[in-house]
Ligand binder design. Structure first.
Ligand code: HEM
Length: 402
């Protein structure tokens, strides 16, 4: 328990908990004690936001430029043999119906736990199509040239169990129970069309822990997501303007393992040098506030750049106004095993109108040189086309499947 927790719950000290447990000799007694203290607390009840919804309908699918909620599960599905264009249309109609209802706080058809659907908690369900989905739906001519596995990078140690996939379903909400229920519904309804290739669950800070709009932190403790696209740039750099994908975008998903145990050995100065920003507030090493522009020309008294040549932000940064991406990452933290203390990393996601023009050059530079590579290893990689949104009578994928 951190000091902060103790401050918020002054009645409940670790010592008292331990003493209570020891005296009774039963852990459950301590748990009852916690509950009672919590109920008798005089602090006002926190505001509820479980009934908040994110609109499912629109020109664009939700879950791309939507403020990221705390929890997300990404599902990568493989189509079963023989699932053709007609079957894909049925599948997307069923899944759209599920998503439309669940995001609105209503039970899906034949929902076996309808009570779980009543807390949408800003649920969004976003669909993406892999290369094989598009080809089966409408032939190779319909597949954009960037819809294929990324070029091989030297830093990659990709595992099949985290890579590729025919259909992406991104389920995100402020409440993990809402996510779990929606995941189960869409998987049950996909079962006769597809099998699960991978499932990746990620998190950010819980809603209400920080002010809305606070940039997230990753498990290295870094402020991650500061230099990102502004809303005015979405039309030019995120949304595709023509063809069946008009109003859609592309999604690159990289599962990147972060070696927290090795990172522990690095001192604070080394950690800040590796990225080029301060751990305290994410300010560039040449500034004091998070959103100060980094000064890549600045040098120290010895004549060395303040933001090192090998730093992540110098390598990732592009002066080309067209070579920009919308990053939307989640942390992952699996149960460690054996000697490990942690099995953690980043589910790095980026949306852009064109993978080859916007994402690949950035990843190439990071592949060539980036000190962060010493502690990070990409173990999964997928590329999906995110079709446009739909209206109340339509379904996701209709521009491809009709
Ligand atoms: C585990 C892996 C990664 C970690 C821990 C990480 C962390 C960070 C951090 C702390 C920043 C500085 C704050 C910010 O502007 O967001 C940053 C910036 C950035 N990162 Fe990453 N990153 C990772 C992987 C990637 C990958 C795979 C890409 C793209 C191929 C990428 C692209 C960028 C870009 C474009 C910026 C902004 C650069 C600028 O200042 O213009 N990062 N990252």
């Amino acid at each position: 328990m951190t000091t902060g927790d103790d401050e918020r719950r002054p009645q409940l000290s670790r010592r008292r908990l331990l003493m209570g447990g020891a005296a009774a000799g039963v852990g459950a007694v301590a748990a009852v004690g916690v509950d009672a203290v919590w109920r008798s607390s005089s602090s006002p009840a926190p505001p509820l936001h479980g009934d908040e919804t994110v609109s499912f309908h629109g020109t664009h699918q939700a879950g791309v430029t939507t403020a990221p909620p705390a929890h997300a599960t990404f599902l990568g599905l493989d189509l079963r043999d023989g699932v053709d264009g007609e079957a894909l249309r049925r599948l997307m109609q069923i899944l759209t119906d599920d998503a439309r209802r669940l995001t609105d706080g209503r039970a899906a058809l034949a929902d076996s736990e309808p009570e779980l659907a009543t807390v949408p908690a800003r649920l969004s369900v976003t669909f993406g199509f892999g290369p094989r989905f598009v080809e089966r739906a409408a032939g190779t001519a319909a597949r954009p040239s960037w819809l294929r596995p990324l070029p091989a990078f030297g830093i990659d140690r990709l595992e099949e169990r985290w890579s590729d996939g025919d259909l992406l379903i991104q389920v995100a909400a402020e409440d993990p129970l809402t996510v779990a229920h929606a995941v189960r519904m869409v998987l049950k309804d996909s079962r006769s069309f597809a099998t699960v290739r991978w499932s990746q669950t990620g998190f950010r800070r819980a809603r209400g822990s920080e002010r809305p709009g606070t940039t997230m932190r990753n498990l290295f403790g870094q402020v991650d997501g500061t230099a990102n696209l502004a809303a005015e740039e979405f039309d030019r750099l995120v949304w595709i303007q023509e063809g069946w994908l008009a109003g859609g975008t592309s999604f690159v998903m990289r599962r990147i393992h972060m070696d927290l145990d090795e990172w522990d050995r690095l001192d604070r100065d080394g950690r800040e040098q590796s990225v080029g920003r301060r751990l305290s507030n994410g300010a560039p090493l040449t500034g004091t506030q998070e959103h100060d522009e980094p000064d890549f020309e600045a040098t120290n008294s010895l004549g060395f750049p303040v933001i090192a040549e090998f730093s992540h932000i110098r390598r990732a940064h592009s002066e080309d106004p067209d070579e920009q991406i919308l990053r939307r990452a989640y942390n992952y933290d699996l149960a460690p095993s054996g000697e490990e203390v942690s099995d953690s990393g980043l589910i790095f996601g980026s949306f852009q109108a064109d993978v080859d023009r916007q994402f690949v050059p950035v990843q190439r530079r990071l592949d060539e040189l980036d000190l962060l590579n010493k502690w990070t290893v990409p173990i999964g990689s997928s590329v999906f086309a995110i079709p446009p949104g739909c209206g109340p009578d339509g379904y996701i994928g209709e521009t491809l499947l009709e």
